[in-house]
Design a protein around this ligand. Sequence first.
Ligand code: ZN
Length: 95
Amino acid sequence: MKIPRLLTIKGAHWQVIITRTLKYGENGEELLGLCDPSTRCLYINKKQSERQQWITFCHEYCHAWEHEYEIKLGHRIIEKVESTMADFVQSILFG
Ligand SMILES: [Zn+2]
C-alpha cells in the first residue's frame, strides 16, 4: 500500500508529495523529507528505500501534528518514535 497522499489533522487537510527533487539542508545534505506548514505539504524524498520513506513520512507527520496542535515534540522525541510509528502504521495497513 502506498503512503497516503492526503491527510486530515485536526480538521486541516495536508498534502503528501513524493518527490525526487527535494532541497538541501543546512549542511548541504539532501533532505529525506520536509514539512511545510505554510502550504500544509509534506514532502518525502523518493530516493530512499520504501521502508525509509515510511519512516520519513511518520517523521514529517509528527511535524505536521506539532503545527496543528501547537506543541513541540522536537527531533529528540520524533527520532525515537518514528520507526516504531512506521511499524505500527504498516502493521495496520499490511497485517
Ligand atoms: Zn524533522
